[in-house]
Ligand binder design. Sequence first.
Ligand SMILES: NC(=O)c1ccc[n+]([C@@H]2O[C@H](COP(=O)([O-])OP(=O)(O)OC[C@H]3O[C@@H](n4cnc5c(N)ncnc54)[C@H](O)[C@@H]3O)[C@@H](O)[C@H]2O)c1
Length: 268
Amino acid sequence: MLTRTYRFTKGRTMTTLEGKVAIITGARRGIGRAEALTLAGAGAKVVVCDIVFDDEMTSLQDEIAAAGGESLAFACDVTKKDDIDHVVAQTIATYGRVDILVNNAQTGLTPVPWEELSDKLFTQSFESGPLASFRFMQACFPYMKAQGWGRIINTSSGASRGGVPNFGHYAAAKGAIASLTYAAATDWGQYGITANVIYPAILTPALKGYLEAEPSRRAEMEARVPVRYVGDPLDDLGPIVLFLASDASGYLTGHPFFVDGGAGQGPR
Ligand SMILES: NC(=O)c1ccc[n+]([C@@H]2O[C@H](COP(=O)([O-])OP(=O)(O)OC[C@H]3O[C@@H](n4cnc5c(N)ncnc54)[C@H](O)[C@@H]3O)[C@@H](O)[C@H]2O)c1
């Protein structure tokens, strides 16, 4: 039996986020909720926000508190700059710092045939995706820079690399999020801030809705995944996000992480 853990010389650890403060957008359900529970479970104080603020947000806070964690919750539409600035300002007012930013919220998650794709929908995908990620990153940057430590985890999609029909609006927005992440990684690594991007294939309410819209979709997707199942938000994505949020990942920045059971979203 293993009785000792190796002590990394830089004191790096991924088992605790004690003393860290994390902001998670779109935290009411799905991937964002799992990310909030994971980071809170590891000791971070979590600031959760979502455009929908109802009992589900209260239950998320209750679940965090029941596990001994601490949270703040806000109604926040990430397409609104004022909402973003409010969340960051309140985070700083309450905790005096922000260490981890998880940009998860996104609209436009349903396919739209090209003939019906409007400027409005296309623009909304960009406002909720890359523009919101940029605004949150820019608002958090001064604090992370001053601390000499920060972790940014952005959320792209395999759809940005093609292969999913009728997702022009979403694919373009998700591709821009990846590019934004790589650009920030280039400029912010010198301040101890890493920026990485995840490509999930995770069974959330949004993905369930998509898979159930056509009877054969779920079986087709599972057949394409080498591990033969579509991952769980907490069990399969949580540990990856914890690693990327932790001290242990300090030498990794500007990378895509395909949290997809090997589904083949890799470089094309
Ligand atoms: N589930 C997957 O397999 C998968 C695959 C690729 C990418 N993604 C990405 O992962 C992220 C989460 O996806 P999910 O499957 O958990 O989706 P979901 O729909 O289950 O959850 C998304 C959450 O974001 C919130 N939200 C939506 N628009 C918002 C806005 N304007 N402001 C604030 N909050 C908003 C929703 O209310 C919801 O609580 C998204 O960025 C999505 O594009 C997911």
